[in-house]
Design a protein around this ligand. Structure first.
Ligand code: NI
Ligand code: MN
Length: 226
């Protein structure tokens, strides 16, 4: 599976030839100024929640690519009202099979207001189950005991977890999350973008190593074969 990091919590995977983009926040991110959003391919856009730092470029990319946007029912309605109608609503606990594989929506412990103040419904995490690699993207979340359910739904090859602290889990809680989901390899997201969430990369990786876990911190624009 190909994994590309676009900064903050925005990343893409390629499964069965489909380009799946998550939480597009690129043009407002000074650290991602080298990324041309007009060149990002997308067949699907998954939104974990409605905060600006997860949906800023959603409408633009959805309009250009015609991607199917998968999100909470409330965000789906909000997008529909803005002319983005190729959407698919889901909610926590729900599972659906798409042409690239199956996605299960799981609990995230966070909030989800849209940029104009509209209620965005439940924040969500996603478990992707497919023929290439199974992974869990937690979305913005606190550490929560619900994560213990993740390996009961599917074994996980890697996890994409926020590690920037302040608004979400920091590294210590992300390490506990790795134990809950029974996974050894994490890709860190939601760090360094703002002053509140700046982290020490070396220290973060060491904390994971001490627990026999691997933390990957990708450069913005980097693509990894995972
Ligand atoms: Ni958030
Ligand atoms: Mn966020």
């Amino acid at each position: 599976m190909q994994f590309t990091y676009y900064g903050h919590s925005c990343f893409a995977v390629r499964i069965k030839g489909k380009n799946i983009l998550f939480d597009p926040f690129i043009s407002p991110n000074a650290l991602a100024s080298a990324i041309d959003i007009n060149k990002i391919p997308a067949d699907y856009i998954f939104l974990s929640h409605g905060h600006e730092d997860h949906i800023a470029d959603c409408i633009g990319i959805a309009k250009r690519t015609g991607a199917l946007v998968v999100c909470s029912f409330e965000i789906h309605t909000w997008l529909n009202n803005q002319g983005i109608t190729h959407t698919h609503p889901m909610n926590t606990g729900g599972k659906r099979t798409f042409d690239f594989g199956t996605v299960k929506c799981v609990v995230a412990q966070h909030s989800s207001g849209l940029p104009d103040g509209t209620y965005g419904g439940n924040p969500m995490g996603f478990i992707f189950i497919n023929e290439e690699r199974n992974f869990y993207y937690s979305g913005d979340t606190a550490l929560t005991l619900d994560m213990q359910l993740v390996p009961q739904f599917s074994p996980i090859d890697f996890a994409v977890l926020p590690i920037g602290d302040n608004f979400t889990m920091g590294t210590a809680d992300a390490i506990q999350a790795m134990h809950f989901i029974q996974c050894k390899r994490a890709i860190g997201v939601h760090y360094d973008t703002f002053g509140y969430i700046k982290i020490d990369h070396t220290q973060a990786k060491l904390e994971f190593e001490h627990q026999n876990l691997e933390l990957l911190l990708l450069s913005i624009g980097e693509t990894l074969d995972i």
